[in-house]
Write a protein that binds this ligand. Structure first.
Ligand SMILES: Cc1cc2nc3c(=O)[nH]c(=O)nc-3n(C[C@H](O)[C@H](O)[C@H](O)COP(=O)(O)OP(=O)(O)OC[C@H]3O[C@@H](n4cnc5c(N)ncnc54)[C@H](O)[C@@H]3O)c2cc1C
Length: 378
């Protein structure tokens, strides 16, 4: 049986493993974290293509996978609704999608504590070398190791994602902790607040234990805020003065940074949203980056998901892209064999990934253009 080595055990690696298994391959996932991954409940938009791929894997995308939304509302600074429109959305969570894929992996095919260091290629095969001094051989290797991919760095050294100039603050409350008036007015909707140069979205998602039943769900806020590189560096510095680069584990965020973000919420966004933000004891932020890979196939190595192309989150399609990449890779290999299949994957998903990154840049220009001098605006 042909064997794939998959680096990265998040949604990209799991879609790849499940799709390859569905065409008769042996597929093993190697995840660097020593403990099972958890999603901290982060909510995600879903798309029909994601539903189709999960169904194809035998996972019904039913009401247990997400929450249907049929109305978008826009709130002004004082919390008044000034526009309301129909929509069709199904909001899920990273954790819910991850769990449905992870549960399908047979024992021994998902290995924790395996951090890839190097890849060696031989004629028609590949070897992965891990930090614990072990190695594995396979017919090909997939780098599904995220936006800071080790696999990509090995084949495209020095090419790094670009900082978009803003961060996404995220807050989440259990449904029962949402103030009753806000629950009645807004919980079932997709809500926008648009302070000048900023963008806040709020919507219901599966609860912390992936529950979608009323009363057990959660309410999720994503608040995009322009942030200079020096501000980002300061926000990523912990109480002991240690600087963590461009991301910091939420528990290490300095209390004064959290207090400042809550004060900013009260000053800038609708009071209903500021109250949600206030009630979350541990809001956190993610800096937004994007990256277009000039290539995603290198001999018997392929990049997939965020490792291949890192798109800003505005199209809400990162997880969907993982599913589509995995489906394309498996179908191409099943139809054409490994080498021609990988070439077909490069052709199709190379173009698709670049388009998705550009779409994210266009959507994000709503934020960045408002901070450029007026004479630079088109
Ligand atoms: C603010 C925000 C909002 C978003 N909203 C949405 C949304 O609404 N809808 C949506 O679809 N997507 C959304 N996304 C994007 C989505 O979360 C990502 O696209 C998706 O998680 C990418 O999955 P991945 O498996 O490619 O990478 P990741 O989830 O980054 O996983 C990579 C994995 O590889 C592992 N790894 C890294 N290096 C190594 C190594 N050397 N060896 C072994 N393992 C390694 C990591 O530990 C990690 O588990 C959003 C993202 C952000 C930041």
């Amino acid at each position: 049986m042909s064997k794939a080595l998959i680096i990265g055990g998040s949604v990209g690696g799991l879609f790849a493993a499940n799709m390859l298994r569905s065409i008769g391959w042996e597929a093993t996932v190697f995840e660097r974290n020593a403990e099972e991954l958890t999603g901290r409940g982060a909510g995600i938009s879903t798309h029909p293509q994601l539903h189709d791929v999960t169904r194809r894997l035998g996972i019904p995308f039913d009401d247990s996978m997400g929450i249907h939304i049929d109305t978008v509302v826009f709130l002004d600074h004082d919390g008044r609704c000034y526009d309301r429109r129909p929509t069709v959305r199904l909001m899920s969570s990273w954790g819910r999608v991850f769990r449905s894929l992870r549960d399908r992996m047979p024992p021994g095919s998902y290995r924790l504590g395996k951090s890839l260091l190097r890849v060696e290629q031989q004629a028609g095969s590949v070897t992965a070398i891990f930090a614990d001094s072990t190695h594995e051989h396979g017919d090909f290797l997939i780098g599904a190791d995220g936006g800071r991919s080790t696999v990509r760095e090995l084949f495209l050294p020095g090419q790094q994602p670009d900082y978009a100039g803003y961060v996404a603050w995220r807050a989440m409350l259990n449904e029962r902790d949402v103030p009753p008036a806000t629950h009645e007015e807004l919980f079932a909707n997709f809500t926008y607040c648009l302070p000048p140069g900023e963008l806040l979205l709020a919507y219901p998602v599966p609860g912390r234990n992936n529950e979608t039943r009323p009363g057990q769900r959660a309410y999720n806020i994503v608040w995009y805020r322009p942030t200079t590189l020096p501000q980002l560096a300061d926000s990523c510095t912990d109480v002991n003065g240690r600087q963590h680069g461009t991301s910091i584990p939420p528990p290490l965020l300095r209390p004064e940074i959290i207090a400042w973000s809550k004060a900013q919420a009260h000053a800038l966004v609708a009071p209903q949203m500021a109250e949600i933000f206030e009630r979350d004891p541990q809001p956190f932020f993610q800096a937004i980056f994007d990256f277009i890979s000039p290539r995603i196939v290198f001999g018997r190595v392929a990049l997939l998901g965020d490792a291949a192309f890192l798109a800003r989150p505005h199209p809400g399609a990162g997880t969907t892209k993982c599913a589509i990449d995995a489906e394309c890779l498996a179908d191409s290999i099943a139809a054409l064999g490994i080498d021609a299949g990988l070439a077909e994957y490069q052709r199709l998903q190379g173009a698709f990934g670049a388009r998705l990154v550009r779409q994210g840049q266009r959507d994000g220009s709503y934020l960045t253009d408002q901070h450029n001098p007026r004479e630079q605006l088109a």
